[in-house]
Design a protein around this ligand. Structure first.
Ligand SMILES: [Zn+2]
Ligand SMILES: [Zn+2]
Length: 343
């Protein structure tokens, strides 16, 4: 059987091609994609490839998905049946390596990333079937469910940050993850300053509860953030952009004794310059945080199903798989809201 799938051939080159529908092993599941969501990571991959995600060229891509099970391997547990509506994570830990032993599942040495959501069907590998595949309630749309993966990443970081109600958090970046951070922080009662680019997204941040929105393109934004925090700076700053200069900015904005969280991954082999004096005498602590774990994936789906998170404002439109090239070309200029891609 044949299907349509998007393949990445190199920087800014994707083609929609007819390929074989994947065949599944006894521990695997075949899912007919209902919706795939575009993600900042996909835009990065489109422009420059991706160290972890691209193994061979041409490479399938897309990793936020929900759909319907169309085939179940003979050895898969009974909880999955053909016709079930499901959401799958883009990875799952092995449960036996050094890091899994230490419960640091997101650092698992055998994380196998699932790519290929921009297609009609996708094969879900055994590890993900076992640990990170969930049926979704009937009332949840595919596009809502497909937000489980990005929210799981944000939830993982937000819980490690242990946000408190009497704190001020500055979020650098008003893309989807920045908007998800805004919502989680507001659920905790934390005061939120969103520093971003693009009026449209900043307004969405405001709509989702941000106490202050500030354009990074506006002169004097650093002073403005200072004045909003009694001259000290925010208690916590998170970078959601993933550029060396925004990482550096995060360490400059935070107050003495505050925490910086690096959520956005920078391009490979980049370095940052830090003010050692400020880090030491100001006791700035910096934390890297990456990806999600099965615990957060499950919790994320729960929160979406309970409608604790507003999903509608995060999705900017809908398109067909055949329009994918256009979407990515257009998205090059900024970091647009998500698009729901329907095969
Ligand atoms: Zn993503
Ligand atoms: Zn492992």
């Amino acid at each position: 059987m044949k299907m349509q799938a998007a393949l990445w051939y190199g920087p800014e080159q994707i083609k929609i091609e007819e390929v074989e529908v994947p065949t599944i092993g006894p521990d695997e599941v075949l899912v007919k994609i209902g919706t795939a969501l575009t993600c900042g990571t996909d835009f990065k991959l489109f422009r420059q490839g991706h160290a972890l995600l691209v193994k061979d060229v041409p490479s399938p891509f897309g990793h936020e998905l929900a759909g319907t099970i169309s085939e179940v391997g003979s050895a898969v547990e009974h909880r999955f049946q053909v016709g079930d509506r499901v959401v799958a994570a883009n990875s799952a830990p092995c449960d036996y390596c050094f890091f899994c032993d230490r419960q640091q599942f997101n650092l698992c040495e055998n994380l196998e990333f699932l790519n290929g959501a921009y297609a009609e069907y996708i094969r879900i590998p055994a590890q993900i079937v076992r640990r990170n595949l969930y049926t979704i309630p009937d009332f949840l749309s595919f596009r809502e469910a497909a937000l489980t993966e990005p929210l799981a990443c944000v939830l993982h970081c937000a819980e490690r940050m242990a946000l408190k109600a009497d704190e001020t958090l500055c979020i650098i970046g008003a893309g989807t993850c920045g908007l998800l951070f805004t919502q989680l922080a507001k659920l905790n009662g934390t005061r939120v300053i969103v520093l971003g680019r693009g009026e449209e997204k900043l307004n969405v941040a405001k709509e989702l509860g941000a106490d202050h929105i500030i354009s990074i393109q506006q002169e004097g934004y650093q002073e403005e953030i200072k004045s909003l925090t009694n001259g000290y700076g925010p208690d916590k700053v998170i970078d959601v952009v993933g550029q060396p200069h925004t990482w550096e900015l995060a360490t400059e904005l935070v107050r003495k004794g505050g925490q910086v969280w690096f959520y956005g991954g920078c391009p490979k082999e980049t370095k940052v310059t830090l003010d050692t004096h400020r880090l030491h005498y100001g006791e700035i602590s910096c934390h890297g945080v990456f990806h999600h774990t099965p615990h957060y994936f499950a919790k994320s789906l729960e929160m979406i199903a309970e409608r604790q998170i507003k999903t509608k404002p995060l999705i900017g439109g809908e398109a067909r798989l055949s329009d994918l090239n256009q979407i990515f070309q257009k998205g090059m200029a900024g970091n647009p809201l998500k698009i729901a891609v329907i095969p």
